[in-house]
Design a protein around this ligand. Structure first.
Ligand code: ADP
Length: 229
C-alpha cells in the first residue's frame, strides 16, 4: 500500500488525507493510507446512482459497498439472508434494518475498506444511519462526505419504466419511490445537521453530473488546500 504524510488544515485543523491536498508539512508527519475517503451515496431509485457510483470507483478507487448488489448476490446464491431479503425486494419494500446492518457490519471489517469506501444504498433509514455512526465511532473512522443525487419524482418514474429490472414494474417502482421519500429522505436532514451533506443536481448528461461530483470530491487547490470549504 502507498503511504503519505498528512498535516492539518490551517482553518479547521482537520487532517488532510488526500493525495492532491498534501502540502509541505509544518506539523509532525503521520503515516496514513493514500486514500481514506469514506463516502455515503444517497439517491432515489432511478437517480443514476449506479452509473455515477461506477465512475466514482473508477476515478477515486474506494471499495464499492452496494447493499442492493450484496442482497441480489445473496438471493441468487439462495443463502438464508438472500431468501429472507427477496420477500421484501420483490415488492419494493426495505429489507429489515437488522439484516442489512449485519451485512454491512461484516463487509466493513474487510481489508479493502481500510483505504476508503463508497456506501451505495446504505444507510436507507435513520436506524441504519445511527447503527453506522456507532460502528464508525467505535472504529474511530468517521464519514467524510454524504453525496445526495437529486432527481424529481416524475423523471425517476420515466427512467425506471424504461430500465426493465425484475423489480422495475410500475407498482414496485411507485412503492420504491414512496419508500425513499418516507424512510430515506429524512437522512438528508440527519446528515445536513452534521455538516456532511453535499447535494448533486442529478439532471444532465452522465459526464456533466460526474463533473459535479468530482468538484465535491476533488476541490480545486486554493486557500489552505483542504476540502473544508
Ligand atoms: P434502487 O434501484 O432502488 O436504488 P438497490 O439496488 O439499491 O435499488 O436496492 C434494491 C432493493 O434492495 C431495495 O428496493 C430494497 O428492497 C433492498 N435494499 C437495498 N439496500 C437496502 C437497505 N440499506 N435497507 C433495506 N433494504 C435495502
Amino acid at each position: 500500500m502507498k503511504w503519505l504524510n498528512i498535516q492539518s488544515c490551517e482553518r479547521t485543523g482537520v487532517a488532510l488525507r488526500r493525495k492532491h491536498n498534501v502540502l509541505e508539512s509544518r506539523t509532525k508527519p503521520q503515516l496514513i493510507p493514500a486514500f481514506t475517503m469514506r463516502i455515503v451515496f444517497i439517491g432515489p431509485p432511478g437517480a443514476g446512482k449506479g452509473t455515477q457510483a461506477e465512475k466514482i470507483i473508477a476515478q477515486f478507487k474506494p471499495a464499492h459497498l452496494s447493499t442492493g448488489d450484496m442482497l441480489r448476490a445473496a438471493r441468487d446464491a439462495k443463502t438464508e439472508i438472500g431468501l429472507e431479503a427477496e420477500k421484501y425486494m420483490s415488492s419494493g419494500k426495505l429489507v429489515p434494518d437488522e439484516v442489512v446492518i449485519g451485512v454491512i457490519a461484516d463487509r466493513l471489517k474487510q481489508d479493502d475498506c481500510k483505504s476508503g469506501y463508497l456506501l451505495d444504498g446504505f444507510p436507507r433509514t435513520i436506524a441504519q444511519a445511527e447503527a453506522l455512526d456507532k460502528m464508525l465511532a467505535d472504529a474511530g473512522t468517521p464519514l467524510d462526505v454524504v453525496l445526495e443525487l437529486k432527481v424529481p419524482d416524475e423523471e425517476l418514474f420515466s427512467r425506471l419504466s424504461k430500465r426493465g429490472r425484475a423489480d422495475d414494474n410500475p407498482e414496485t417502482i411507485k412503492e420504491r419511490i414512496a419508500v425513499y421519500n418516507n424512510q430515506t429522505s429524512p437522512l438528508l436532514d440527519y446528515y445536513g445537521k452534521k455538516g456532511l451533506l453535499k447535494t448533486i443536481e442529478g439532471l444532465g448528461t452522465v459526464n456533466e453530473i460526474f463533473a459535479r461530483i468530482e468538484k465535491v470530491l476533488n476541490p480545486p487547490k486554493s486557500g489552505c488546500g483542504c476540502a473544508c470549504r
